[in-house]
Design a protein around this ligand. Sequence first.
Ligand code: GTB
Length: 217
Amino acid sequence: MTITITAFERSPDGGKGLARDTRVRWALEEVGQPYEVRLISFGAMKEPAHLALHPFGQIPTYEEGDLGLFETGAIVFHIAQRHAGLLPDDANARARAITWMFAALSTVEPPILELGTARLIEGDKPWSAERMPLVEDRVRNRLGQLSHRLGDADWLDGPFSAGDLMMVSVLLRLKLSGILDEYPNLAAYVASGESRPAYKRAFAAQLAINTGQPPTG
Ligand code: GTB
């Protein structure tokens, strides 16, 4: 059955891979599933046809036969459950990998998103300079804890899993901020994720859409 995902017609990041279709593409590439992409404008996202698929009018979505999904956590989990390669067979190891997916989305991503909002949307407010260190400290707090847990391991819990895919995707949002470099093991962890052939294919595919150039390599 054909898998179809949605992505921005033109991503606001110009193809840096920060829009969330990249993590879904990455998961599909890791498990070797071909997929099609339906590009969607900001306007069309808020139209009834898309809202029927995504109640919040966002990308990405995932369609496979009569199944329609939204939320990257649910989509990546679905892909990982259906296809080998992203979750361990051992029941306990599998549960731990799923735990890391939730940790990425529920515990690590919120302060990172808050930092993005504080810088991009609230940066010109009179109170911004006073608030910014608090927001940055919340990010550093989480990164410090994560860095401590990762230690010198390659991945969070044994072999690469959907938990790492999600955590690296979340941390990538910090790459341009410089904060990640304060935690060399986390910077190396993210670099390891980016060096995976599946990630490279996913990144190249979204870049091609945003630059109009066909993927290379
Ligand atoms: N919780 C949902 C999920 O994980 O699927 C969040 C989905 C979401 O935030 N989608 C965004 C969206 O559709 C695109 S990815 N926004 C349009 C809208 O809400 O109207 C978030 C995103 C957008 C742009 C950049 N960027 O340019 O750097 C980075 C991330």
